[in-house]
Design a protein around this ligand. Structure first.
Ligand SMILES: NC(=O)c1ccc[n+]([C@@H]2O[C@H](COP(=O)([O-])OP(=O)(O)OC[C@H]3O[C@@H](n4cnc5c(N)ncnc54)[C@H](O)[C@@H]3O)[C@@H](O)[C@H]2O)c1
Length: 396
């Protein structure tokens, strides 16, 4: 059957769906962004980005109203040959994944699914979800090809990486894989084909690998710090012109909506017998408490106002999801006379103060996020900096 549009992105106004929709539209495809969040849809349909993503505003300007629309109307799903599902797949407060979140989203759209469509799953899914979706689609009596093509961009770099990273595509049949490959060849020349279960694990392994690497750095930071030496001096010396350690990360808060979440997805798949993953969680999630207790060894926090610099989960981002700066804030609020926070990027937290106010009112500063603008901060206040960004930081 003929379709009037090439692609509908389901979850199309989110952090992954929106850059993908923009990139496909910029390559000339006709794209609709379908999202259940009316606020995000209104912002995008009004020509604005709902979050910061480098390079995305210019593309949105170019394609909106030309070959890109944003809508909350599920009927749009029936108009496109390719559906790409990028809804969120969070873990719950007990660190458990919800393996049905993606299939539920698809079932809600069952009235709008059409024979002949290609359904691409792009959310980071619990292994086995592609097979579950295949069963759901078959149960609905639809002849739809299902593929899983994981997203591997880093937030903030999507508009570059979507065109440069190799794309893993997977399907149960050659037809599904071929169609997925054709879709992503609009973006990148390098396609890697896997089976769905392999691709599901490939994505989780990617994020878990990163999360464990950060934990190694953070554990070494604590070892060095407790030994009274500067971790970042050691790290930069040992990585200098030494390729085998080139990817030894800096210490820092390993946070955000993906790394812990996906490590816990793998833990759940391993029947919670995932020693390295859980150890990494203990190290990374324990860092705010470690820092606080080291600060307490030197300062009487009950008499002090603490200023936290940077609240987003990573540098030069406005995304506060699962940011460890907020965990640090919560711990410090229990210990200090007062805690005040600032961040030049974050827009969704009305309690934040301008940097000048924090510098004027705080007795001590803790670097929560290594925004480059903090590197040369002119202040006489002590700055606690586990990232190794601020040269004048104090060791705690
Ligand atoms: N954020 C990243 O850097 C990143 C990178 C790679 C992969 N991922 C994965 O991509 C997926 C999406 O992550 P995100 O950060 O974009 O999340 P997000 O919350 O920013 O975006 C998800 C969007 O889906 C919408 N949505 C939720 N349920 C829906 C439904 N039933 N129908 C239509 N829209 C719906 C939400 O309103 C939201 O706009 C997750 O599985 C995540 O693990 C994220």
């Amino acid at each position: 059957m003929g379709f009037s549009r090439d692609v509908v992105v389901i979850g199309g106004c989110g952090h992954v769906g929106l850059p993908l929709g923009l990139a496909l539209a910029d390559r000339g495809l006709s794209v609709a962004l379908y999202d259940t969040n009316p606020d995000a849809v209104e912002i995008v349909a009004g020509g604005q980005m709902p979050f910061t993503e480098a390079g995305a505003d210019a593309v949105l300007d170019r394609v909106l109203g030309q070959n890109l629309v944003a809508t909350t109307d599920p009927a749009v799903v029936a108009t496109a040959e390719c559906l790409v599902v990028v809804v969120g797949t969070p873990i719950d407060e007990h660190l458990s994944p919800d393996p049905r979140v993606v299939s539920r989203a698809i079932e809600e759209l069952s009235d709008h699914l059409v024979d002949g469509q290609l359904l691409v799953l792009r959310s980071t899914i619990f292994p086995g979800v592609t097979a579950l979706v295949e069963r759901v689609v078959a149960g609905l009596g639809r002849k739809i090809d299902v593929a899983f093509c994981p997203e591997r961009i880093a937030e903030g770099r999507a508009m570059i990486e979507l065109y440069h990273l190799p794309q893993i595509v997977s399907g149960r049949t050659d037809a599904a894989t071929d169609r997925a490959e054709k879709l992503f060849r609009n973006l990148t020349g390098e396609i890697v084909r896997l089976l769905p279960e392999e691709a599901e694990l490939a994505k989780l392994f990617t994020n878990t690998w990163r999360y464990i690497k950060f934990a190694i750095a953070n554990q070494c930071y604590m070892v060095a710090n407790d030994f009274g030496v500067d971790f970042e001096r050691i790290r930069s010396a040992l990585t200098h012109d030494y390729p085998r350690a080139a990817d030894f990360p800096r210490a820092g808060f390993a946070a955000g909506p993906c790394l812990l979440k996906d490590t816990m997805q793998l833990a759940a798949l391993s029947k919670n017998n995932f020693v390295l993953g859980h150890a990494a969680m203990v190290v990374n999630e324990g860092l705010p408490m470690y820092l606080t207790s080291r600060i307490e060894d030197q300062y009487d926090l009950s008499e002090m106002t603490v200023g936290i610099l940077g609240m987003s989960f990573k540098a030069e981002s406005d995304d506060t999801r699962s940011s460890l700066s907020y965990k640090l804030k919560k711990i410090l609020e229990f210990k200090a006379k007062r805690v005040i926070c600032t961040d030049p990027y974050v827009r969704n937290d009305l309690t934040l103060l301008p940097l000048e106010d924090v510098l004027a009112q705080a007795d001590i500063l803790v670097l929560g996020t290594p925004h480059p603008c903090y590197a040369g901060l002119g202040t006489a206040l002590p700055i606690v900096d586990l990232w190794g960004l601020v040269s004048s930081s104090v060791q705690v």
